[in-house]
Design a protein around this ligand. Structure first.
Ligand code: PHE
Length: 344
């Protein structure tokens, strides 16, 4: 029995615990209700009376040693951080965590919204599945207009006499909904996804995103339109960006124009983004055609307005020099990660 105690004594003295479970195992082994010490005390009962005195002393010393060692280690242990108690190596480098990023189209949309909000514009939205009236007829599209053709429009239902249901081909439909449901003045921008039946390539896609603006009030003139868009471009692409307006045609605006800006990539010197012209087209605009106002129940003698519409992909292409439209919808993380530092 003495030799056993000697062996346990050196075991206890050498014992250290790296983990909480090890210390607990130690307690159970030596000090537990079915532990070694309990067992030794049981055996002590069988020891001869002569030996009891000396052996009792040894046994009590041994018990004390085990208890002291346990308490010592426990105190030490409780003072350590939880990770270390669990036996983890605190000197290892930490696990990094992945940060998400905003999609470039969201960045552009938020930035555009921000600029127009400061001018008092609100954001309006409408459905992506539209009827013929809101997408075409109310916007003054003649019956035989090529944009109504199957080639451009994804029809969901071909009905009789203007009863078609289609995926909207532009966000101008939201203008109609807004004007039908409210009273002037209107000052809103309408961001959203639009669909056109085109073959997918680097330069065309079957869906893209537009942001459209509408301003209707008394005495709104073309100079308001020019000044608003000029300000917008200075805010978005920086002071000194040049603009020019070219006459154009849209069924829902009269007069109509397309607006070009000096190429943001080469600053007008000529590059393949601007096809060496120094200018890039960014939006269509014009004065809301009086027919459109009347179609929406607005007195065109009292009110005038301007509207404009742009493709967000185009704006993003110029801002971030993205040359393939398909990148916007492929969700390739290598592409998306590049926008991690952008915050708007
Ligand atoms: N809806 C037109 C388009 O899809 C853009 C536009 C909007 C032009 C408003 C003028 C006024 O191209």
């Amino acid at each position: 029995m003495q030799s056993k105690i000697d062996q346990y004594t050196s075991e206890i003295q050498a014992f250290t615990a790296a983990k909480a479970e090890e210390l607990e195992a130690f307690r159970i082994k030596f000090l537990g209700t079915k532990g070694i010490i309990k067992d030794l005390f049981e055996q002590f009962k069988t020891v001869s009376t002569e030996e009891k005195r000396s052996f009792g002393k040894v046994l009590n010393q041994f018990k004390q040693l085990a208890e002291t060692r346990y308490n010592e280690l426990k105190e030490n242990f409780d003072a350590k951080p939880a990770a270390q108690q669990a036996g983890q190596d605190l000197t290892l480098p930490g696990d990094g965590f992945e940060v998400g990023s905003r999609h470039p189209l969201s960045l552009v949309r938020n930035e555009i919204i921000d600029i127009f909000k400061r001018l008092g514009f609100v954001v309006a939205e409408g459905p992506e599945i539209e009827d013929d009236w809101h997408n075409f007829s109310a916007l003054n599209f003649p019956e035989e207009h090529p944009a109504r053709d199957m080639q451009d429009t994804f029809f969901i239902r071909k009905g009789e006499g203007g009863d078609d249901i289609a995926l909207r081909t532009h966000t101008s439909s939201v203008q109609v909904r807004m004007m039908e449901n409210g009273k002037p003045p209107f000052r809103a921008i309408m961001p959203g996804r639009v669909y056109r039946n085109e073959a997918i390539s680097a330069r065309a896609h079957c869906f893209f995103h537009q942001i459209e603006g509408l301003y209707v009030d008394e005495n709104v003139s073309f100079s308001d339109l020019k000044q608003t868009l000029y300000h917008f471009v200075q805010e978005l692409y920086g002071e000194g960006t040049q603009v020019r307006f070219r006459p154009s045609y849209f069924p829902f605006t009269e007069p109509s124009a397309e607006m070009d800006i000096s190429c943001t990539i080469c600053k007008g010197a000529g590059c393949n983004m601007c096809k060496y012209s120094g200018w890039v087209e960014i939006l269509g605009c014009g004065m809301v055609d009086p027919n459109v106002l009347e179609n929406c129940g607005i007195d065109s003698k009292k009110y005038t307005g301007f509207a404009f519409g742009m493709g967000m992909e185009r704006i993003a292409n110029l801002k971030y020099v993205i040359r393939d439209l398909r990148l916007f919808s492929e969700n390739d993380v290598r592409f998306l990660k590049q926008f991690q530092s952008e915050i708007i």
